[in-house]
Design a protein around this ligand. Structure first.
Ligand SMILES: Nc1ncnc2c1ncn2[C@@H]1O[C@H](COP(=O)(O)OP(=O)(O)OP(=O)(O)O)[C@@H](O)[C@H]1O
Length: 312
C-alpha cells in the first residue's frame, strides 16, 4: 500500500521566500509521483488547526505529517497533534531561525530534507518538552526546541513584533535582530526573585532571575548554543538560568554564549532534569519555541521521552 504524505506548508516563512521553496518541493513530489496532499497555512495558528483536523480525521491509522516552515510553524503543528503515537512527523526547515532543523541534523537544502523524509525507514524518537502554567497548571503547550521565561522570552516577543524580524531578514540580518533585542531587553528588564525545584529535590531560592531557558535541543534564538550538551533523546531537559548578577555581567555571559563558553563563568547555571517547577514573585514573559505564552509566575517544565516519531 502506498503511503500518503500530508504536508502543512507555511509559504510566508522566511519572510515569504517559502512560496518559491514550496514550488520546488511540489515539482519534485510530482516528478516522483508521490501520493501527497498539501495544505497551505493562511494565518497565525492555522498550522495547529490543520494538524488537529488531519490527525483527528485519520485517528484510527498512522498518518505521515510533514511540516514545511520555520520553528514557529513546527511548534504550532505539534500543538495541534492529539495522539503522537499515530503520527510519523517530517520536517522541512525553511524558516529563519532553523533551531529544530539544526538540532535534528536535517539538511538545510529543502530538496535534500524532502529526500530524507521520503527515504526514511526507521523513525527517530525525539523527546518533546511540555510547559504548564495557570493556578492549577491547567494550561499547557508542547515545545520542540526550548521554552523559557524572562529575558529570552521578552527578546522573542520583541523580535516578532511588527516589522522588526521581516525587515532584518530582508537585509540578511535575521540573527542580528536577536542580538540587538537582547542588549536592549537586558537594559530594561526587571530582575525578579524566585525559586526553582528540580524533580523532587529541595526548592532552591534564586535571587534576581534574568532568564531561564529550558532546552530540549542545544540551540535556540537562531543557533545560540544555550545547552551545548543537550540531547533530544536522553529523557531530560537542560535548564540554563542566569540570576543574581549585574546587567553588565549578564551581557558578558550572553556574549560568551555565542561561543558556547558561557558555562565556564559565575552567574549562569545549568542543570539537567526530567521535570522542574519555577515560581516567580512577579510575572515575566514566557515562550515555547519562540511562541508567546504571556506573562507567567508559576511554570512547570517536563520532558516527554521519545514522544515525537520523526521521519529522518
Ligand atoms: N499565510 C500566512 N501569512 C502570514 N503569516 C503566516 C501565514 N501562515 C502562517 N503564518 C505565521 O508565520 C509565522 C512565522 O512562521 P515560521 O515560524 O514558519 O517562519 P519564520 O518566522 O521565518 O521562522 P523561524 O520561526 O524559524 O524564525 C508563524 O507565527 C505563523 O503563524
Amino acid at each position: 500500500m502506498t503511503m500518503t504524505y500530508y504536508f502543512i506548508v507555511n509559504v510566508a516563512s522566511r519572510t515569504g521566500k517559502g512560496r518559491k521553496i514550496w514550488n520546488r518541493l511540489e515539482a519534485e513530489l510530482k516528478r516522483q509521483k508521490t501520493d501527497y496532499r498539501a495544505y497551505l497555512t493562511k494565518y497565525q495558528g492555522h498550522a495547529g488547526e490543520l494538524a488537529e483536523k488531519l490527525t483527528g480525521k485519520h485517528r484510527e491509522q498512522v498518518i505521515s505529517l510533514v511540516v514545511v516552515g520555520g520553528d514557529g510553524t513546527a511548534n504550532e503543528a505539534i500543538n495541534g497533534i492529539r495522539d503522537f503515537e499515530k503520527v510519523r512527523f517530517g520536517y522541512i526547515p525553511i524558516g529563519s531561525g532553523n533551531d529544530l532543523g539544526r538540532g535534528l541534523g536535517l539538511p538545510k537544502d529543502p530538496l535534500a530534507a524532502l529526500k530524507v523524509i521520503l527515504e526514511s525507514k526507521e523513525l527517530y524518537l525525539m523527546d518533546l518538552g511540555r510547559v504548564s502554567w495557570g493556578s492549577k497548571l491547567e494550561k499547557s503547550a508542547y515545545f520542540n526546541i526550548s521554552s523559557g521565561i524572562g529575558m529570552d522570552a521578552e527578546v522573542c516577543r520583541r523580535v516578532n513584533a511588527a516589522g522588526m524580524k521581516a525587515f532584518l531578514n530582508k537585509l540578511h540580518l535575521g540573527k542580528m535582530s536577536y542580538f540587538v533585542q537582547t542588549v536592549l531587553t537586558l537594559a530594561e528588564m526587571p530582575k525578579v526573585l524566585g525559586s526553582i525545584q528540580f524533580e523532587d529535590k529541595e526548592k532552591k531560592r534564586i535571587g534576581g532571575v534574568i532568564c531561564a531557558a529550558v532546552m530540549n535541543h542545544r540551540c535556540e534564538g537562531g543557533g545560540l548554543p544555550m545547552a551545548p550538551k543537550a540531547s533530544d533523546q536522553d529523557g531530560k531537559l537542560s535548564v540554563c538560568y542566569i540570576h543574581g548578577v549585574k546587567r553588565l555581567r549578564a551581557l558578558f555571559l550572553l556574549l560568551m554564549l555565542v561561543k558556547g563558553k558561557h558555562l565556564e563563568f559565575r552567574g549562569i547555571e545549568l542543570e539537567e532534569c526530567a521535570f522542574c517547577t519555577l515560581c516567580l514573585k512577579e510575572p515575566l514573559p514566557a515562550h515555547a519555541d519562540g511562541e508567546d505564552l504571556g506573562d507567567l509566575v508559576r511554570v512547570k517544565y517536563e520532558c516527554l521521552p521519545g514522544a515525537l516519531k520523526i521521519m529522518r
